[in-house]
Design a protein around this ligand. Structure first.
Ligand SMILES: C[S@@+](CC[C@H](N)C(=O)[O-])C[C@H]1O[C@@H](n2cnc3c(N)ncnc32)[C@H](O)[C@@H]1O
Length: 271
């Protein structure tokens, strides 16, 4: 994206996670500041683009599972990202056309592109809410949410590659508890999260330093810290795994290593 085409209200000099992720996925909706931030992260974690691609592949697999076997037809996707191949509503509505999806993101560039997220099948519905995950009450109060989703029926709350942008000061566990509070039994939580579990202390220090320098707050979490998000929920088989390993039915001959991807995932049911 060239700076002369910057939509009003957007600061192209500041890196943003959605545009940086778009760059790692091979997209064009990013600015020089996003690419510079991406290079700083890659200096400490060179396989970050692979990790982004594997995360996106997991997203498609998990929505396919939820919309199919699990019978979920309502999705609440927070930290949606820029529209990309296989958006949640496209995957879900290909299986169940009546599926309803609410997308939430805080990047104004995602809002500019939101039209691509609102191309619902006529039998279903999609909505986009511009809001910050750090203010879950504002998300829950938004009238689009209840206009689109029936909160008396199961909903899949999706926080895919999003919670690692929430630092401890912003109380990530409290945010999640608030978002889960109105969801009925049978709802699901889907989360992926970058992890430090395969890093040596030196690699970990280099990653923390690079993330600080990249201009995007980021918090790598251990497997135990990730598991805490699922307290009180019923984690589905195969449990907490790398995104590479989660129900990957047709794995390539040489699948990427869990160390290179360093992204944990789990899917859980609200009892
Ligand atoms: C790495 S992308 C993941 C996109 C998509 N969920 C996926 O996995 O393909 C993370 C997204 O979270 C959004 N995000 C980060 N912090 C956020 C916040 N505090 N509130 C809302 N969205 C946020 C970013 O704008 C970005 O679009």
């Amino acid at each position: 994206m060239e700076t002369e085409r910057v939509p009003p209200g957007i600061d192209p000099t500041k890196a943003h996670p959605s545009r940086r992720y778009n760059y790692w996925l091979g997209g064009k909706d990013n600015f020089a500041a996003d690419r510079e931030s991406a290079a700083v992260v890659a200096s400490a974690f060179p396989t970050v683009a692979l990790s982004a691609r594997e995360n996106r592949a997991f997203l498609k697999r998990v929505v396919t599972h939820l919309a199919g076997e699990a019978g979920i037809d309502q999705f609440f996707d927070i930290g949606t990202g820029l529209p990309s191949a296989g958006n949640v509503h496209e995957v879900a509505q290909a299986i169940e056309p009546t599926s309803r999806i609410v997308y939430v993101d805080n990047d104004p560039v995602v809002l500019v592109h939101a039209r691509a997220l609102l191309t619902s099948h006529p039998a279903g519905k999609t909505a986009y809410i511009e809001a910050d995950l750090r203010d879950p009450d504002a998300i829950l109060r938004n009238t689009e949410l209840r206009r689109t989703l029936d909160m008396s029926r199961p909903v899949a709350l999706m926080l895919v590659a999003t919670m690692h942008f929430i630092t401890d000061d912003d109380d990530p566990y409290g945010i999640l508890a608030r978002l889960l509070s109105p969801l009925p039994s049978g709802s699901h939580l889907v989360m992926t999260h970058a992890t430090n579990e395969h890093l040596t202390p030196e690699q970990y220090a280099a990653n923390v330093e690079a993330n600080e320098r990249s201009g995007v707050p980021f918090r790598l979490r251990s497997r135990e810290e990730f598991a805490r998000f699922f307290d009180g929920l019923e984690i589905l088989s195969p449990g907490i795994t790398s995104v590479v390993e989660w129900r990957s039915e047709d794995p390539p001959e040489k699948p990427p290593s869990v160390e290179d991807v360093s992204m944990l995932c789990a899917v859980a049911r609200v009892p």
